[in-house]
Write a protein that binds this ligand. Structure first.
Ligand SMILES: [Zn+2]
Length: 531
């Protein structure tokens, strides 16, 4: 049986940009559009021309994507003609392959929010579609509040959808704008809609307010819809939009969908999705969700010894898909619950080959347990674990030694009479018999120490030039200011490789310093730098 085509519509750059803390520049938008295009989505909804200068200039030239570059706007306002609506005119003038216009489809919303009549609203949909079609572009109508509207007044909601389709909209997109609809309701309502409008003209736009945006999207497809709208990492207003980073792997890897549908994302491109997800988080300057399905760092991570030994025998025992198929990786945690099999699996992953009954494995396990009792945690600090393992096996060169460091925090009045706190650090490090001294200021003591430390490492400097800290987490163990502090530092290099290191001490500066030292050492070791 021939497979049916399912279309993916990404709105990271439009609806996703509604999220608190998201502020894309023009360059950011072009970069995300390129990522999405390489991934293979069918539509990239990139913004709302006329709404802000960034989006207006984004649509001022042809962006040449394979995906349909889509401009978003509002259907014409009631009480004026389409040709006399300046907002609509800006959208219609955009350099775009497709135009997506949002229109109301709930009788309640029409009356309360739009303050117009049902007839006026239907006329607005028809005229807006006609005006957009007249520009020769593909037209989509987002039926706002469709599901809530359908529950109040199914006839009116359907009439709005039908008006869009009958006037020539390529897609009629059913929006769960408030995000409160449940999967069984979506399935039932879409089932009714596709009796009136062919399913291959119906789309679903779900929000995640009951954490079911992905489930609602799949329910709509099961009922007959053939376009899914969503965003990378589910970014979006409030609780976000349907997460394409979960939907795409599901469509390609789960038999019920994979056997029935074709999408434009190919298996090769699927292998980049974990990286795409991380790139977006990085642009938004937020730490990736470790527990995100498919793409999260912990998605294929196993902690307990029994699971780990089973996974070593056959990964299918505790994995629902192969991690590599989505560009992720299997990880077996080393923790005080761990047995030999965890350690063996982790050694294997970091490329250390060792005989199964080598006595050094027992020594390493002892060392891990001892350190964990003191507050270290190697569960996420993969690089610190790898260094520890290689040290026990005698395989870490001493690239540098820090002879002394000094961190100074001072609060004083600045030149304009404001009270400011400044931090300064001096680091004295020995490389190749030569003593190098660097000083730096920072917005805090750890920042100053980090900048000074990485300022001059002599002949190793070129190898750490692209290193940057992407996350810094502090945890106080056993409470109180006299307690032990655990610091986890996540670093990244110019190739996008990430690693995490750990430090523990009663002193937060000292704990941070250990984690920084491990991070730099790991980078040098990983770059195969000879000592
Ligand atoms: Zn939305």
């Amino acid at each position: 049986m021939a497979k049916e085509r399912l279309y993916l519509f990404d709105t990271t750059l439009r609806d996703g940009a509604q999220m608190h803390g998201v502020d894309f520049t023009l360059a950011d938008k072009l970069k995300v559009a390129r990522l999405l295009d390489e991934l293979g989505v069918d539509y990239v909804e990139a913004g709302y021309p006329g709404a802000n200068p960034t989006d207006t200039s984004l649509f001022s030239e042809d962006r040449g994507t394979k995906a349909k570059f889509t401009a978003f706007g509002m259907a014409k306002r009631p009480g004026r003609s389409a040709s006399n609506d300046p907002g609509l005119a800006q959208v219609l003038a955009a350099k775009a392959d497709a135009i997506c216009l949002v229109a109301k489809s709930s009788a309640f919303q029409v009356k309360v929010a739009l303050e117009t009549t049902p007839e006026e609203n239907l006329a607005s949909i028809r005229e807006s579609v006609a005006a957009a079609k007249a520009t020769g572009r593909e037209v989509l109508i987002d039926c706002e509040h469709f599901f809530d509207g359908y529950k109040e007044d199914p006839k009116f909601a359907l009439a709005c959808a039908k008006a869009a389709y009958d006037s020539g909209a390529r897609w009629v997109v059913l929006c769960d704008t408030n995000g409160g609809t449940l999967p069984h309701e979506v399935e039932a309502i879409v089932g009714e809609v596709v009796k009136q409008i062919p399913g291959d003209h119906v789309g679903i736009h779900a929000h995640n307010d009951t954490e079911q945006a992905v489930a609602n999207s799949l329910a709509a497809v099961r009922a007959g819809a053939r376009q899914i709208q969503g965003t990378l990492n589910g970014v979006g207003e409030r609780c976000g939009n349907a997460n394409l980073c979960s939907i795409i792997p599901t469509l390609l890897l789960k038999k019920d969908f994979a056997s029935r549908f074709d999408i434009n994302v190919k298996p090769e491109a699927l292998k980049t999705i974990a990286q795409v997800s991380r790139t977006l988080d990085e642009m938004l300057n937020r730490a990736p969700d470790r527990h995100a399905p498919y793409v999260g760092d912990a998605a294929f991570t196993t902690k307990t010894g029994i699971h780990a030994s089973a996974i070593l025998k056959n990964p299918a025992t505790y994995e629902h898909i192969a991690p590599e198929s989505v560009g992720n990786r299997r990880k077996v945690l080393v923790s005080d619950q761990a047995g030999r099999s965890n350690v063996l699996a982790e050694l294997d992953r970091i490329g250390v080959t060792i005989e199964k009954n080598d006595p050094r494995i027992a020594r390493l396990l002892e060392e891990v347990k001892d350190r964990e009792a003191r507050g270290y945690s190697y569960e996420s600090a993969d690089a610190s674990f790898a260094l520890l393992a290689r040290r026990v096996l005698g395989k870490v060169p001493e690239y540098f030694s820090v002879e002394q460091f000094d961190v100074n925090v001072e609060q004083r009045y600045n030149a304009v009479g404001e009270r400011v706190t400044v931090a300064m650090a001096v680091v004295k490090v020995k490389v190749d018999g030569e003593t190098l001294i660097s000083a730096a200021e920072g917005n805090g003591p750890v920042n100053a120490l980090d900048v000074a430390f990485r300022k001059d490492l002599g002949k190793y400097q070129p190898f750490i030039a692209g290193l940057k800290l992407t996350d810094y987490r502090v945890r106080i163990l056993d409470g109180g200011t006299g307690a032990v502090t655990r610091v986890l530092i996540e670093s990244e290099d110019e190739k996008g490789d990430r690693w995490t290191t750990v430090g523990v001490s009663p002193n937060i500066i000292d704990a941070s310093f250990q984690a920084l030292t491990d991070s730099i050492t790991w980078k040098l070791l990983n770059s195969n730098v000879p000592a």
